[in-house]
Design a protein around this ligand. Structure first.
Ligand code: FAD
Length: 503
């Protein structure tokens, strides 16, 4: 037991980051921690952030939530992967499907057998061996641990959620005796003379809120971490050139796709996110290559349904804080950094930050060793996601617009170059420690964007052509059979998680 435990936490901000933090901390500590969450309706939230990755299920498990109830409450749908259109070449389409691909045979990963088979005319593509890809292509959804009674793993899913409804739902999960919500605008921050730690924040109405630990969830402005503590920011715009987005809701599409779409455009890309009551759409673009008006026009010209709102412009600076945790302040959410939503990592970065904070929870001495370790791990996580995003741009063969010509020349970080070199030389993907994206995730983007390995592993030749043929055909048969038995995504939602009509 610490001699100086933290008793009060102030969370500044009530967007997705603020409410995820409040819900997870209050569930972990119960009445041992008093949490005050300050948010300002006048300022509002960023209001986007609707596609997730499978790790979001950890939040449900930790909070004891039934995912079907979460989907009902947030007009949500299931997400089995992301479809990338026109990225490698105009006319291309490939998936980053969640979950595994194929089965390892012997000592080496599946991709080597597939690479060997691919040399023959008419060989099926990589996605013929992914249950998630099968379900995406057929518009199906089911909950299954395994494919039949085979060793193939079943569908792995995430969600599409209405961000505003999701934050409201999380708010309801917080015990009001533990989490006190304070409506008001913070106008001043007091620092302790002795060490510059945050002592309190002052609201417009004069109220002063003190705390031991401050979590900055104030969004892009980083009111505590940057405007007050000047933690510094590493700008990654030279690696990831998009710096704006324009977002609009449109009438829902039918049938509901169980995947997000990321469609490349002349100076960026456009997302389509299917929700039960509407679609989320946004055009992420580089302002050096297209004007805001042109970007909005491109978005509106490429909607599937009718626009329900006016396009909303969002400016961002890709990169991250030099220090995510500084003194007694931790930045979580957009205040910690931002990478475009190409692989839907925003909400994940929030939950992994809270989970890291929980595992390293300090006392009031705020030991610098803990702070350094937290910052090291967080930076590692950001940098590896950054590398994965850069790959999508740098691996393009498009030269049809100035933007794509620019992308094809981007100088890449050494960490990414190493991965590419090893893959080209051997067909092998090596990940460093705890990086977020799996080797199967990397493989799909590498193959989807025409990065060709020069060879496959020698052990893949240890099976006879007939054995290989039978092994691959057996997997395809199992996956086809399992997919045929799944209900459509639409029917699955209707049956298990139909949301009430919006007010
Ligand atoms: P915000 O939503 O901006 O909330 C900030 C909070 O701070 C608000 O409550 C505000 O009232 C409060 N506040 C600020 N200043 C004050 C003050 N002075 N006093 C009192 N309160 C204050 N993530 C995904 O996982 N998937 C996606 O598909 C995805 N798409 C995105 C698309 C775009 C274009 C952008 C920009 C982001 C996207 N994200 C996505 C990221 C995701 O939106 C954010 O990670 C998430 O919404 C968290 O935002 P936040 O809570 O940090 O900030």
């Amino acid at each position: 037991m610490s001699a100086s435990p933290i008793r009060t936490v102030v969370i500044l901000g009530g967007g997705t980051a603020g409410w995820i933090t409040a819900a997870l901390l209050s569930r972990a500590f119960g009445p041992n921690l008093a949490i005050r969450l300050v948010e300002s309706d006048a300022i509002g939230t960023v209001g986007v952030g609707e596609a997730t990755i499978p790790q979001i299920q950890h939040i449900n498990r930790f909070l004891g939530l039934d995912e079907r109830e979460v989907l009902k409450a947030s007009q949500g749908t299931y997400k089995l992967g992301i479809q990338f259109n026109d990225w490698g070449r105009v006319g291309d389409s490939y998936l980053h499907a969640f979950g595994d691909i194929g089965l390892p045979l012997g000592l080496i990963p599946f991709q080597h057998y597939w690479l060997r088979d691919r040399q023959r005319d008419g060989a099926p593509d990589l996605w013929a061996y992914s249950i998630n890809a099968h379900a995406c292509q057929a518009g199906r959804m089911a909950q299954m641990e395994r494919v039949g009674d085979s060793p193939l793993t079943g569908l792995r899913h995430a969600y599409h959620l209405d961000a505003g409804l999701y934050a409201r739902y999380l708010r309801k999960q917080c015990d009001p005796a533990v989490v006190q919500r304070v409506e008001g605008k913070v106008v001043d921050v007091s620092l302790r003379d002795t060490d510059g730690f945050i002592e309190s924040v002052r609201l417009e109405n004069g109220d002063v809120i003190e705390g031991d630990l401050f979590v900055d969830c104030s969004g892009f402005r980083g009111l505590l971490i940057e405007q007050t503590l000047h933690a510094g920011y590493d700008d990654w715009n030279h690696w990831l050139p998009c710096n704006r987005a324009t977002a609009v809701a449109s009438s829902r599409m039918a049938p509901l796709r169980p995947y997000t779409q990321a469609n490349a455009r002349a100076a960026g890309w456009q997302w389509r996110i299917p929700l039960q009551h509407r679609n989320g759409n946004g055009h992420v673009y580089a302002s050096d290559f297209i004007s805001d008006d042109e970007a909005a026009a491109t978005l509106l010209a490429n909607l599937e349904g009718k626009a329900l709102t006016e396009p909303r412009l969002l400016r961002f600076n890709t990169g991250c804080r030099r220090r995510f945790w500084h003194r007694n302040c931790i930045a979580i959410g957009l205040s910690a950094g931002f990478m475009e939503p190409l692989e839907s990592t925003g909400i994940h970065l929030i939950q992994s930050a809270v989970s890291r904070l929980l595992s390293m929870f300090p006392d009031r001495s705020f030991d610098p060793a803990l702070i350094d370790e937290y910052n090291r791990q967080t930076r590692f996580e950001y940098e590896r996601i950054r590398d994965f995003l850069i790959l999508h741009y740098r691996a393009t063969e498009r030269r049809d617009t100035p933007f794509w010509r620019h992308c094809s020349h981007i100088e890449i970080p050494d960490s990414l170059q190493r991965k590419l070199d090893v893959f080209r030389a051997s067909g092998q993907i090596y990940r460093d420690g705890e990086e977020l994206f799996t080797d199967v995730g990397w493989l799909q983007v590498l193959i989807g964007q025409h990065i060709e390995p020069q060879r496959y592993h020698a052990l893949a030749d240890a099976v006879s052509p007939q054995q290989l043929d039978e092994f691959l055909a057996h997997i395809r048969t199992l996956l086809n059979r399992a997919t045929d038995q799944m209900p459509t995504h639409e029917a699955f939602i209707e049956r298990h998680c139909k949301a009430p009509p919006p007010p």
